[in-house]
Design a protein. Sequence first.
Length: 207
Amino acid sequence: MLNIAVFGSGRGSNFRAILAAIESGSIPGARIVCVISNNSSAGILQIARDHSLPAYHLSQAQCASEEAFVERLLGVLDSHQANLIALAGYMKLLPQQLIARFHRRVVNIHPALLPKFGGKGMYGHHVHEAVLAAGETASGATVHLVDEAYDRGAILLQRKVPVLPGDSVEDLAARVLEVEHELFPEVIRRIASGELLLPAPAVLTHS
């Protein structure tokens, strides 16, 4: 069973798309075991609560040190037996110890065709502004593995959308988001079915 912990900082639309796919039976062998946000008012937490899923506000600001924060995160993930982390609009860089513990078991969705338009500061409308400013004729979404740097991990799946003449940032963002809502559930379906093979999480002590 694929036990998914979803991390997010905002409204949670990609989380909602994954949850809908699981609840409809489109992703057999997978379940969401918890939702974690660094933002106490994030919509993603309310969606989780509305579906009776464990929802946690966990932020480094709550802890005396990064080590204490990692301890809390790993404690929650282990208590729910999470074996995959899905970053659905999570705006923080994950601690290295967490990435090591879930080596090649953390996936993220990015609103552009990586490796273009990725890296620190490339999120939300900033990505679409950069795509339009560069005069690109296509954009899209990318699901990739997560490592210690923003948007650098191996690409798992991409899908393109056209950039149309006269597009505003909002126009392009809406077109890309529609594709994101298809792409992220598809990647998780492939992981759950074994079409995309990922290693088991590393066994590291965190006490």
